[in-house]
Design a protein around this ligand. Structure first.
Ligand code: HEC
Ligand code: HEC
Length: 288
């Protein structure tokens, strides 16, 4: 997706550059660039998007209060409604490949598209679902359906799900691999404990920990197999914070153990232990 955005940006720059040149050629003699051309210059403040000019959201919709759209239950509830009422046209994953898709002109918008997601507000998505009103002047005759009788909360759930379609995708490890990583972490943490203030043993264990922690960063999404199969493991922001805290503590431990600065090494060791526990409090399923 990033690549595509980059390409779009590149194409835009090239076009603007070319039109600028042709205008300048007609305009020889004047030192100043034509004013129109300046207007088209992409500015950093301007929102990125898919280039479609959409209508303004009517005021009765634009002033609605937006609930928390990040809550997993809200997203899951929206997914259920979406599968029943939207996927036929927009596709299960928002790729416009539903079973009715071939008949539609224009096609139902690719809701997972980063350009679309950047171009619209939460209120816009809400408004289009609730009313089906024209969002932009398009050609063709197929239109977004209106879901006027749907309850406000249910429409927001759909908005939450639509937003979740564009969440960044990261590599997924399977559960067995992840448990192996956790066993390695546990073993290494034990070695750190056993090393006490022995410089060689502590340095070795510290270096091992420093190498292990980055592997946590590659873990995301659903556990694919084992007891927790299908469960969402993390919210990216939190997970990343835990991984960073762990990395900083491991780096500090390894450094101070090497320098035999035991007060500081012990402090870092304590932080490592706390981070194991803090992350487990949030992510590790409680045994019933
Ligand atoms: C009968 C097919 C159909 C169904 C069912 C449908 N849509 Fe659409 N939708 C479309 C089409 C076609 C468009 C593009 C034309 C337009 O914007 O009117 C569209 C546009 C949209 C847009 C605006 C996109 C933009 O680019 O501005 C949103 C948001 C949207 N749909 C969400 C939903 C959601 C959520 C549901 C389920 C509650 C749903 N749609 C059900 C056909 C459908
Ligand atoms: C970034 C979050 C995170 C950190 C940091 C973390 N763990 Fe875990 N750990 C997990 C999750 C999530 C599971 C549950 C995986 C599952 O059940 O599928 C787990 C499971 C485990 C398990 C059980 C593995 C199994 O067989 O189910 C052990 C043992 C473990 N962790 C040890 C540790 C130790 C020791 C540390 C600190 C050195 C640590 N973990 C740090 C997230 C973390």
């Amino acid at each position: 997706m990033h690549k595509r955005l980059l390409l779009c940006a590149l194409a835009l720059t090239l076009c603007l550059g070319a039109s600028g040149l042709s205008i300048m050629a007609q305009d020889m003699g004047s030192d100043e660039e034509p004013a129109e051309d300046k207007k088209e210059e992409p500015s950093k403040e301007e929102p990125k998007g898919d280039g479609i000019k959409r209508n303004d959201v009517p005021e009765e919709f634009s002033k609605l209060e937006v609930p928390d759209l990040k809550a997993q239950e809200t997203i899951d509830a929206g997914k259920k409604t979406y599968e029943g009422k939207c996927a036929g046209c927009h596709g299960e994953a928002g790729q416009s490949d539903g079973k009715y898709s071939a008949k539609l002109d224009p096609k139902a918008t690719k809701l997972a598209d980063a350009g679309f997601q950047d171009a619209v507000t939460d209120h816009y998505i809400y408004w289009r679902i609730k009313t089906g009103d024209d969002g932009y002047a398009g050609e063709g005759k197929s239109k977004m359906k209106s879901f006027g009788s749907m309850k406000e909360a249910q429409v927001w759930e759909l908005v939450a799900f639509v937003r979740s379609l564009a969440a960044p995708k990261v590599e997924i490890l399977n559960s067995t691999e992840f448990e192996d990583l956790m066993s390695d972490l546990k073993r290494t943490n034990k070695s750190i404990g056993a090393a006490a203030h022995d410089r060689d043993a502590a340095t070795k264990a510290g270096d091992e920990m420093v190498k292990l922690v980055p592997k946590l960063a590659g873990y995301d999404g659903n556990v694919r197999s084992g007891d927790h199969s299908g469960e969402k493991v993390r919210d990216q922001a939190d997970w990343k914070a835990f991984v960073k805290q762990m990395q900083d503590a491991a780096d500090a431990y390894a450094k101070h153990a090497k320098a035999e600065e035991w007060d500081k090494a012990d402090e870092a060791k304590a932080t490592i232990g706390e981070t194991c526990g803090d992350c487990h409090d949030v992510y590790k399923k409680k045994r019933r």
